[in-house]
Write a protein that binds this ligand. Structure first.
Ligand code: GMT
Length: 375
């Protein structure tokens, strides 16, 4: 197949899923054309069968705001026309599904057809899409997509109820390359980060309010009272400064390490003991899956699709949003009980391998493409 993929190229789960999907499809012989304003950050090396088309945005002085949706539409039309794409798969509804719809309509007038598939990832449905200025557009572009997938059952249900949509949405979970994300690296970073044998807690995110990173620090404060430990915070975003201030205020700054954006994720995760994800909203929780695949149990909130990923009392623990005491109690319980910890670590790895491996999930997308092309 010849497949177009549009996504956000920067840090963020939807771009990661889109890029890893494109790479996996290309390795299976499909021709994949990424269309975005920059090369997706996980697309660093030359990969056979992958092409990148940059959306150029004109800066005419009259346009106070950049017309990205329209520039993207034009680029999709151009690529579909000249590369003869079978379909375009857009990730994150806003504004990609709208550009997909516009391209389809314009191409139709030109005598060309285009199938548009939209994958809903999270805040496009649960947060941004609900803003009154976006809601009608999101609803319309989902209804007009030839196919729609959601990354969890939770997200599918939210879409149908919040937007009053009657549509067959297919759930295709996030996936992970379990051969790459594996527990083996365990000691690599440990000697450097925790030379005294401290326990290592870790969190990765884009530091947006929805991630409640400050809760991670407050949970850590309680854990550190019980045992020598370190907290690694990976990523960057709007709440980082406030979190740095909080860790200084709580006198934790020697043990809380803000590592910023990191490429060595596998090494860091596999050197860690526990992953914390206290989000306010999380449609699936790709970062938690990355940790599980490295054999790291997760303590999270019970929101969104997280209970579809984390088995409470088996691969980790789930608590209510903001319940710092409970999350800390779970962390201490697990980190002081070797037998239970090793079981949870093994269960986490097994669940990632058995349920969410890239080789299991990518064929579900391929099948979905065929279903949409044949309908
Ligand atoms: O929805 C977002 O906040 C953006 C998106 C991203 O690009 O980071 O994250 C979502 O998509 C991921 C991949 O499908 C999911 O694993 C994340 O749970 C989800 N984030 C939220 O729902 C907050």
């Amino acid at each position: 197949m010849k497949i177009g993929i549009t996504c956000y190229p920067t840090y963020g789960g939807s771009g990661v899923v889109a890029t890893e999907l494109g790479k996996a499809l290309a390795s299976k012989g499909h021709q994949v054309h990424f269309i975005s304003y920059a090369v997706p950050h996980r697309l660093t090396n030359f990969v056979e069968n992958i092409y990148f088309h940059e959306v150029e945005i004109s800066n005419y002085p009259l346009f106070e705001f950049q017309l990205y949706t329209l520039a993207l539409t034009s680029k999709i039309i151009e690529v579909v026309k000249y590369e003869k794409l079978d379909l375009i798969h857009v990730h994150y509804a806003i504004p990609h599904a709208v550009s997909g719809y516009l391209s389809k309509q314009i191409l139709q007038k030109m005598g060309e057809s285009l199938k548009v598939i939209t994958t809903l990832h999270g805040t496009d449905i649960t947060l941004v899409g609900l803003e009154p200025s976006f809601l009608p557009l999101v609803k319309f572009s989902i209804e007009e997509s030839c196919g729609v997938t959601a990354v969890s059952r939770f997200l599918k249900e939210k879409t149908l109820t919040n937007y009053h949509i009657e549509k067959d949405i297919r759930v295709i979970y996030n996936f992970i390359d379990t051969k790459r994300y594996r527990p083996d690296g365990k000691r690599n970073f440990r000697d450097h980060i925790a030379p005294g044998g401290e326990k290592i807690l870790v969190h990765t995110s884009n530091f947006r309010p929805v991630k409640r990173v400050a809760d991670t620090i407050r949970v850590f404060e309680k854990v550190r009272k019980e045992m020598p430990s370190k907290l690694l915070l990976i990523g960057d975003g709007p709440d980082r400064y406030e979190c740095e201030r909080l860790s200084r205020e709580l006198n934790l700054d020697k043990d809380v390490m803000f590592l910023g954006k990191q490429d060595a994720l596998v090494e860091i995760l596999s050197s860690s003991d526990l992953f914390l994800l206290p989000s306010q909203s999380e449609s699936f929780g790709l970062s938690a899956l990355e940790a599980m695949s490295c054999g790291v149990p997760v303590i999270s909130t019970s929101v969104g699709g997280l209970p579809e990923l984390i088995n409470h009392n088996e691969t980790g623990y789930i608590a209510e949003i903001g319940d710092i005491d409970r999350m800390a109690k779970y962390a201490i319980d697990l980190l002081t009980n070797d037998k239970k910890y090793n079981e949870f670590a093994k269960n986490s790895r097994d669940r990632a391998v058995n349920e969410f491996d890239i080789e299991k999930i990518v064929p579900l997308y391929e099948q979905y493409y065929l279903d949409v092309l044949n309908c």
